[in-house]
Design a protein around this ligand. Structure first.
Ligand SMILES: Nc1ncnc2c1ncn2[C@@H]1O[C@H](COP(=O)(O)OP(=O)(O)OP(=O)(O)O)[C@@H](O)[C@H]1O
Ligand SMILES: O=P(O)(O)OC[C@H]1O[C@H](OP(=O)(O)OP(=O)(O)O)[C@H](O)[C@@H]1O
Length: 231
């Protein structure tokens, strides 16, 4: 019987997540061999560490297999349409900041806003007989955003990485992806639309609203949360 805490097993969020917990008296460590995804928690008894991909944390929390988990708000909102019913955000961790944005080729000098994009998308379809392609891995969030903005003449193209390269590779006309420093967009001759980002994201600690807890686990969860509330 234990309270399960899921944190990213590698990638850009792992080290900073470990630092954030350490500053609050909870030490997370990877144990075992270099490539082994095993971990331990010191500072609160009864908590077990689950190391997994940041992209899988939302699903595991929503299924109740994790009680607590760290991942970006972008991944939660993209993967869980009903996230507010399933998860409670407990703390924004102050790192992993990234904006989900729409970006077009810098050469499109007449396109700076969603209204411009709407006009160009319609003209593109008329001229080419196909819809303007937007490469992204954030299908749900992008569709919802464009629906609200009244942009309809587009097709999403799935891109799970190196999304900014799809325009030069001619598999898409524009992209929707997260940006932090903006360097990747600049290097690939893309510019962000002037409108507000689709989403502002950062690494966040979540609690599953659906995971079952025994009385004993409830006590452990309360002890963990009281640690994490104090620096
Ligand atoms: N350049 C960036 N700067 C800051 N945060 C980022 C950046 N790119 C992605 N993130 C955030 O980091 C989180 C994890 O991103 P992602 O799923 O791409 O994993 P990763 O860090 O590349 O690790 P993995 O090796 O598991 O894929 C997401 O919430 C995302 O918003
Ligand atoms: O604005 P920047 O600071 O340049 O960061 C943004 C880049 O970081 C992420 O990619 P990642 O490094 O995870 O590689 P990926 O494209 O393979 O997902 C994201 O998808 C952007 O490509």
């Amino acid at each position: 019987m234990s309270v399960k805490l899921g944190v990213p097993s590698k990638g850009r969020l792992m080290e900073k997540t470990f630092d954030w917990f350490r500053a609050r008296g909870v030490t997370l460590t990877r144990t075992g061999a270099d490539r082994e995804y095993a971990g331990a928690v010191e500072g609160v008894t009864g908590v077990s560490l689950v190391l997994l991909s940041a992209a899988e944390v939302p699903r595991e929390l929503a299924a109740g297999r994790l009680h607590f988990g760290v991942t970006g708000a972008d991944l939660v909102q993209e993967k869980l349409p009903l996230w507010e019913q399933q998860l409670e955000p407990l703390a924004e961790l102050g790192f992993g900041h990234a904006d989900l944005v729409l970006a077009v080729p810098k050469a499109w000098v007449d396109v700076d806003t969603l209204d411009d994009l709407d006009a160009v998308a319609t003209a593109f379809r008329a001229a080419h007989g196909m819809r303007l392609r937007i490469a992204t891995k954030y299908h749900r969030l992008v569709r919802e955003h464009l629906r609200h903005a009244g942009v309809a003449d587009y097709a999403l193209v799935d891109s799970q990485g190196a999304t900014e390269g799809t325009v030069a590779n001619e598999t898409a006309e524009m992209i929707a992806d997260i940006t932090s420093s903006g360097e990747t967009l600049r290097a690939n001759h893309l510019k962000v639309l002037d409108d507000a980002p689709i989403l502002r994201s950062q690494a966040t600690l979540w609690r599953s609203r659906v995971a079952d807890l025994s009385d004993e686990e409830r006590g452990i969860a309360a002890a963990l949360m009281s640690h994490l509330g104090s620096e």
